[in-house]
Design a protein around this ligand. Structure first.
Ligand code: ATP
Ligand code: ZN
Length: 286
């Protein structure tokens, strides 16, 4: 019987849907009922374990699962020796310090001797130690943002994505402690058949991620502007250039990265490109 790689993902929460969708985009399907905790893919040697995100580091570290998908914030807080193999681009948030809106905040040293409520004592403890600030850390597991209003603490350290929860609790963000996103973690030193399956999964996953960052671009260019346009569009190797039926014009195809997408489009238009089409790439295998 062929070995199976075991992956742990969050059962229900902010990362669940996107973790499953990512596996799906890698061509790996599962039959999932509403109460499934464990299932196998029928088209890839992968077994899925659905867990609370807080339990994933221990399960992967103990070898109950081989790999997992969870927030980097949880990986760092739990502190198990896991390898962060890949950032996955979703579940983005930050861990921040916040204080009541009326507080006249001047800097991190304002927290000296104060009480800070958090579910992230380890990350916060390290952060304060490095900054040389001595504060009292109060560990609470949920609803951290009400701590100042009930007199439990002068400040909090919690996950923020839009900031609306802070706002509705009369708090303001004053320091960013950590930025986080979903990551793929693995038990260090996976070997043998499991390593092979993992490499195969990673190959697919990177192809999907790369395609999410890049777009395919097609445009028409006057022949005499071609050099200038190609200089803007390096592409993977070099762009594809095809003659158009109209004399003196060519069609140029290439791949551009989302980071400098609009700058490139502006530069291309200024250089004389016309009929620019940009299409999504489904998979990018390099
Ligand atoms: P579980 O029941 O699995 O323990 P949870 O309530 O601890 O779930 P979620 O709220 O679903 O966890 O968040 C999971 C992860 O999503 C967080 O650890 C964090 O990495 C990420 N995340 C992104 N945005 C936010 C946000 N606004 N609040 C909390 N977590 C966020
Ligand atoms: Zn959790």
């Amino acid at each position: 019987m062929q070995a199976k790689l075991k992956i742990a993902i969050q059962k229900s929460g902010r990362l669940s849907e996107k973790s499953l969708a990512l596996l799906q985009e890698c061509g790996i399907s599962f039959n999932l009922g509403s109460n499934t905790l464990r299932t196998e893919s029928h088209n890839f040697p992968l077994e899925l374990l659905l867990l609370r995100d807080d339990d994933i580091p221990a399960y992967v570290s103990d070898g109950v699962a081989d790999i997992g998908i969870l927030g980097e914030n949880v990986v760092l807080e739990k502190g198990y020796p896991l390898e962060i193999v890949e950032k996955l681009g979703f579940g983005k948030c930050r861990l921040s310090l916040a204080v009541p809106r009326a507080t006249h905040y001047q800097g991190l040293s304002d927290f000296a001797g104060k009480r800070i409520a958090t579910s992230y004592p380890k990350i916060l403890g390290t952060y304060l130690r490095v900054a040389g600030v001595e504060a009292e850390i109060h560990v609470i597991s949920g609803s951290v943002e009400i701590a100042p209003s009930i007199g439990l603490a002068e400040g909090i350290c919690d996950i923020v994505s839009s900031g609306s929860t802070l706002l509705s609790n009369g708090l303001k963000e004053v320091e960013e402690v950590l930025t986080s996103e979903a990551v793929l973690v693995a038990k260090p030193h996976l070997e043998g058949e499991k390593r092979d399956i993992f490499d195969k999964l990673l190959f697919r996953l990177r192809a999907v991620r790369r395609s999410q960052h890049n777009k395919y671009i097609l445009l028409n260019a006057p022949q005499d502007k071609l050099d200038q346009i190609i200089a803007i569009l390096p592409g993977l190797k070099s762009p594809t250039v095809l003659p158009l039926a109209e004399e003196g014009w060519v069609s140029v195809h290439s791949v551009i990265h989302e980071d400098d997408f609009w700058e490139k489009i502006d530069a291309l238009q200024q250089a004389g490109a016309e009929g620019i089409l940009v299409v999504p790439i489904e998979k990018m295998l390099i």
